[in-house]
Design a protein around this ligand. Structure first.
Ligand code: GCU
Length: 833
């Protein structure tokens, strides 16, 4: 046993671009680790086999972590070895294996006890999982002798990549696709293989590579051969390829007059296509289908049931052992918003309840975690407890579509855990979501999870180094949903950034505070994210929620807010849950504050359990959340010198950006509800900004006023833009502030389509200069106009100002970006505004 050892992470030497994520194999100096075996035996020599890959990976990892080059041998039996292989191969070589009984599908046994390290997988991919597990232990300095079996909680552990054939990615924030370009699968599949490596290390076993809003032309023979190449590229990592289908492909691509799922020629067409695919990809995982949703065609278009559609493909893939993931994201996006009984949240149960038992046994209903759409907080979808005779999987989002698009730090494991651990009390028995999707609770043949990840060509995969904790945590929770959010996070930190205690503590604190902070400054009390739901889902725009057919309503008016989802008076959604839960949500007294406005329509003056009014809670939470976001900058800065410069700077840039945009969120939401309710903030902060000077109130030359839409995305509703797109504009103001040292913040708008330049002067002395080039540095969906998405801030620290100084900003427009400015803030030390 190595009770005393010295561990040092030596990872500071090289600059890091993120490509290796948590598989960096950074050197660990360990003075007492002497008993490393002297060779590697991989019990399969076929280069495309995951066991062979495991051998290579062990060699690479040990070289990196411990600096030793171990030979991969056939094993003479004389030296101690790291043996990796399947159960069958192991037994053939070494005789009976006493843990054989304990291994379930994809499960492995790892033993570092005794002379050899033994890694035995129930199948090939399981052996690879075991190798990664061993390397993860080494990489984290977990060196004690162990022997354990690890089995998956559920068989389906997939990712969905919403990639389009042209290389764009729906809701992707890290550059173009690693899989497709110009209508076809890319020639160079290096990144696809590297991605498979990352995913195998977190035990993901399927990738659906194309968008759920699927292009029917992907089924052409040329593209099927492209899918084949992709499947070949990921197969050595034990990962199977899945394909998202367009329901109307028989018409749109096949030239048939109909796509009716019961029409014999349609059935033949799909069967033929499926046979062709399996001919090229014998281990194809299966299909993913989005039908009758958001304008996509589906069986309902032909007066058939959703089950008729799902079963058509289920039968086609059945002979090959394939699975059909059929999405429960079915709803009417033209709901009549004037009818207070309508509710999009009812869609899934309404559409699927009567079909329970009608799906073939290789169909899995893939259900988004909440009833609406990946919001910052939702209750679990009631469909989880409704389907008893149907296999289900949970759909999560690693890509932060509604949660800051990787430009805000939001560690998602705690959000997912709340859903997974939620006990739905079906038949008044323990019915945690995690046990329903694992197929245990209702005893179904299949189950598991899928996450929309949307990695791109950016070397960080997700566009942000810190966002990778979400991908890591997803894999860990798909394997074991009982895992602890902090433990998972800290494993990831050690592998990604090393062992320094301060690094671990700081990133842990930032990450664990990040979801609550984001919820606080975006949308709290269960009102949803309050983003621009008809646009890019990024910045604040609460008004966009209501008065349209999309059904993400808040029902906010002058006096009241929230969706009444009760049975007694509202949409009846609470009644879709099993009785114990239905009762909890039906009653305002038993509904937790954080879901109050999800289930109830109340006055702004309604008192929460905290005794605050709803409106005051809104104001306070937005101030609190935005303030927490400011502290992330300081926390990250405290790690300077402990993290390589490349990653340190990239993360710092994002945290500074987030701190600024959190203020945009705070002010927009607070201003919106203050305008609507006219109830003042008890703390007198909302609408009252003594440290600000509005740009529109300065002396403008070559600049003009601009009324921002939505109005609350600008301080006092107004910004300024240059009067021409070619000529610089100037604003000046005499500063009426007490002489002293201030942080000078400038709020401006950074649009896509130009890189304007701004220069700030004090009495003609340059304070600083910057460009509107966030299109080169940030990942979120950018916009063309000053709004809640493009609003941002730059801060110049420690500026000495004497009363009466003249501040001047010169803005030089570029392209279509007219150097927009909102306001400046002169902040005394410690003040955030
Ligand atoms: C969200 C998202 C869409 C996506 C859809 C889906 O609404 O904004 O881009 O297509 O979910 O999950 O199908």
């Amino acid at each position: 046993m190595h009770s005393l050892f010295v561990l040092l992470s030596l990872s500071l030497a090289a600059a890091e671009d993120g490509l290796n994520a948590w598989l960096r194999y950074a050197p660990v100096q360990n003075s007492s680790y002497r008993s490393l075996p002297s060779s590697i035996i991989a019990l399969n020599a076929t280069k495309t086999s995951p066991v062979y890959v495991a051998g290579q990976e062990l060699q690479k990892g040990i070289k990196g972590i411990l600096g030793k080059q171990l030979p991969i041998t056939n094993g003479t039996g004389r030296d101690s070895s790291i043996i990796v292989g399947t159960l069958d191969a192991y037994e053939k070589r070494f005789g009976e294996f006493d843990k054989a009984e304990d291994l379930e599908e994809d499960g492995f046994w790892l033993s570092t006890e005794g002379r050899d390290v033994r890694i035995v997988g129930q199948n090939e991919r399981a052996a690879l999982y075991g190798a990664f597990e061993y390397l993860s232990r080494l990489g984290q300095g977990k060196l004690s002798a162990v022997s354990y079996v690890s089995n998956p909680h559920a068989p389906i552990r997939w990712v969905n990549e919403w990639n389009n054939p042209d290389g764009s990615i729906e809701r992707g924030y890290a550059g173009p696709s690693i899989f497709f370009k110009n209508g076809a699968v890319v020639d160079d599949l290096t990144r696809a293989t590297e991605y498979a490596r990352l995913l195998a290390s977190i035990r993901i076993n399927g990738i659906v590579v194309n968008n759920v809003n699927a292009d029917p032309h992907l089924l052409s023979p040329y593209n099927i051969s492209g899918f084949g190449r992709l499947a070949d590229a990921i197969r050595p990592y034990g990962i199977q390829l899945g394909i998202a289908l367009n329901f109307a492909a028989p018409e749109r691509y096949g030239g048939l007059p109909t796509s009716d799922p019961l029409n014999p020629s349609v059935i033949t067409w799909w069967t033929n296509v499926t046979n062709q695919i399996y001919k090229r990809i014998p281990d194809m995982a299966g299909y993913l289908i989005k039908a009758n949703s958001e304008g996509q065609p589906g069986p309902l278009t032909y007066n058939r049931t959703l089950a008729d559609g799902a079963n058509l493909w289920a039968k086609a893939v059945k002979p090959y052992g394939g699975t059909v993931m059929f999405r429960a994201f079915v709803y009417d996006n033209h709901l009549d918003y004037t009818n207070w009984k309508n509710d999009r949240a009812n869609g899934a149960v309404d559409y699927f309840k009567h079909l329970d038992g009608k799906f073939d046994d290789n169909v899995v209903i893939q259900i988004k975690y909440g009833p609406i759409d990946f919001q910052v907080r939702e209750p679990p979808s009631p469909l989880f407890s409704t389907l008893r005779k149907t296999s289900t999987a949970i759909e999560l989002q690693v890509t932060q579509e509604y949660l800051g698009q990787q430009d805000h730090l939001v560690y998602l494991a705690p959000l997912w855990k709340e859903i997974l651990e939620f006990d739905l009390r079906a038949d008044d028995r323990p019915s945690k979501v995690k046990d329903i999707i694992s197929s245990q609770r209702f005893n179904r043949p299949l189950g598991g999870s899928a996450a929309v990840v949307n990695v791109g060509t950016n070397t960080t995969w997700l566009g942000s180094h810190l966002a990778m904790s979400n991908l890591y945590a997803y894999g860990r929770l798909a394997w074991d949903p009982s895992g602890d959010s902090v433990e998972i996070l800290q494993d990831w930190i050690r592998l990604t950034f090393g062992f320094d205690r301060k690094v671990i503590d700081t990133i842990t604190e930032m990450s664990m505070k990040s979801w609550p902070a984001y919820e606080n400054y975006s949308g709290n009390l269960g009102i949803q994210t309050l983003t621009d739901i008809t646009g890019n889902h990024y910045g604040p725009n609460p008004a966009s929620q209501d008065n349209n057919g999309w059904g993400q309503w808040t029902r906010a008016d002058k006096k009241t807010i929230g969706m009444d989802r009760t049975v007694k008076n509202g949409t009846g959604n609470a009644g879709q849950y099993p009785p114990a839960i239905a009762q909890r949500f039906e009653n305002i007294e038993t509904t937790p504050d954080n879901l109050l406005l999800w289930f109830h329509h109340v006055n702004y003056t309604h008192r929460l359990k905290s005794n605050k009014t709803v409106i005051q809670h809104f104001y306070d939470a937005h101030y609190e959340g935005a303030e927490t976001a400011q502290t992330f900058v300081k926390m990250w800065e405290s790690l300077k010198g402990k993290i390589d410069t490349e990653r340190y700077n990239r993360v710092l840039f994002k945290q500074i950006y987030q701190a600024g945009h959190a203020l945009v969120w705070r002010d927009a939401i607070n201003q919106f509800y203050y305008n609507l309710s006219e109830i003042p903030d008890e703390a007198k902060r909302v609408g009252n900004h003594p440290y600000r000077v509005e740009a529109e109130s300065m002396t403008l030359t070559g600049y003009k006023k601009y009324l921002v839409t939505p109005f609350h995305a600008a301080s006092k509703y107004t910004a300024i833009i240059t009067t021409s797109n070619n000529t610089a504009g100037t604003v000046t103001a005499k500063l009426n502030f007490t002489s002293g040292t201030y942080d000078l913040a400038v709020n401006y708008y950074d649009l896509i389509g130009g890189r304007s330049k701004w220069e700030v002067f004090l009495n003609n002395r340059t304070v600083g200069t910057w460009r509107g080039d966030s299109e080169d540095k940030l990942g979120h969906a950018l916009t063309l106009l000053p709004d809640g998405h493009s609003a941002t801030r730059i801060t110049f620290k420690g500026v000495n100002i004497a009363q009466g100084d003249t501040l001047k900003i010169v803005g030089t427009p570029d392209g279509i970006e007219p150097a927009p400015l909102d306001y400046i803030s002169l902040l005394p030390p410690g003040i955030v505004d």
